[in-house]
Design a protein around this ligand. Structure first.
Ligand SMILES: *Cc1c(COP(=O)(O)O)cnc(C)c1O
Length: 356
């Protein structure tokens, strides 16, 4: 149980949008809950957080974030269990990653307990927005951006931290097809690839569009120097299964986002006795494993998609078609354990689920 660490002022809406929601047609990230949380940074300190009715912002056209891109975000989910309990999954890890992203972008940080309490309180206020349908959850989007007005490149002195939430269903409704990208780069050594900052996504849209035009869902990024090593995909880390072992690119490189879902998959796999290697992964190793029949599985891991099985991998002019989803017993087992943990129907050996 999380305890209240700080005071958060709450101004409730007088006209809820909840009755207008079409739960059977819920587009991902387009439906917003009734409230949002705001906290402002000025004169070197944070104001008290306030929860208020969801509303538009009014910004000066020269506001720093629009021009120079100092902004970071997080993505997490709340789930409702059959007994009514609401849980967050490892929220302290999102809070910690938010601190690291802010530091890299030269932005002020928010203490982990304050961040988690802000999320907890907003979810509690809008708990009726958490769908209790299988595969559905409340997506939570905390973010911070630079608020200084005026032209000129420098770290802003003022910032806004906000959180809103969206009830969502599955991000991908089917297994995904990905293309190994050898021309464009998501992140460079010494760059900002490890930070969940807007520019990383802006930079990836054009190459992602090119692979989408070829019929793939997403690119698999390779390292920016040699394009010989696999990094990650879209908003997911990637994991491969060769024979009975899981292999995933190590996070030592500052070009890879340190995913909480991937970390949880790795820890859970080790817990159930599946060997895991976190190291550099050569594209050629995956191609060779495919050719000799030892590539049993490939999947993306991320909060939005949870575990997204990869059906086809495009590599240059070839298409590698991976084994049927039903045969992927290790990732299916891990996915079920994660789902059951969140639903409260399975064990939570590490205490990852936190009741709101
Ligand atoms: C958010 C994100 C992930 C997945 O991280 P989770 O903590 O598992 O949600 C992976 N890669 C990128 C680029 C991301 O932005």
């Amino acid at each position: 149980m999380l305890k209240e660490a700080i005071d958060i002022k709450v101004n409730l809406t007088t006209s809820s949008n909840l009755p207008k929601v079409d739960w059977d047609n819920l587009p991902f990230g387009k439906v917003f809950s009734d409230h949002m949380l705001t906290m402002d940074f000025a004169d070197g300190k944070w104001s008290e957080p306030v929860i208020s009715p969801f509303a538009n912002l009014s910004l000066h056209p020269s506001v720093s974030v629009i021009h120079y891109g100092q902004t970071v975000f997080e993505g997490m989910k709340a789930n409702r269990r059959d007994n009514g309990d609401v849980i967050l999954f490892r929220p302290d890890m999102n809070a910690q990653r938010f601190v690291e992203s802010c530091e890299r972008m030269c932005m002020p940080t928010i203490p982990v307990d304050v961040f988690v309490e802000c999320v907890r309180k907003l979810v509690e206020v809008d708990k009726n927005w958490i769908p209790n349908k299988e595969g559905f959850s409340l997506y939570i989007r905390p973010f911070m951006f630079a608020m200084d007005e005026g032209v000129g490149v420098k770290p802003s002195d003022t910032y806004k931290f906000m959180i809103f939430t969206c009830p969502v269903g599955a991000y991908y409704s089917k297994p995904v097809d990905v293309k190994i990208e050898e021309n464009y780069t998501r992140a460079a050594v010494g760059g900002v690839g490890r930070a969940k900052t807007a520019g990383n996504y802006a930079a990836s849209m054009y190459p992602a569009k090119l692979v989408q035009d070829q019929g793939f869902n997403q690119a698999i990024w390779t390292d920016g120097v040699t394009h010989e090593y696999i990094e990650e995909s879209g908003v997911m880390n990637v994991v491969f299964q060769i024979n009975d072992k899981l292999i995933t690119p190590s996070e030592d490189s500052d070009t890879i986002l340190r995913g909480i879902t991937k970390r949880s998959v790795v820890e859970l796999a080790k817990h159930i006795g599946v060997p895991v290697e976190e190291r550099r992964v050569k594209v050629q190793e995956i191609i060779d494993a495919y050719k000799n029949g030892s590539l049993k599985d490939a999947f993306g891991a991320g909060t939005a998609a949870t575990i997204a099985h990869i059906q086809r991998i495009g590599y240059r002019d070839d298409i590698l078609t991976l084994p049927s989803i039903e045969s992927r017993t290790i990732s299916l087992d891990i996915k079920k354990r994660l789902d059951d943990m969140k639903n409260g129907t399975g064990e939570d050996p590490f205490g990852w689920c936190v009741t709101v």
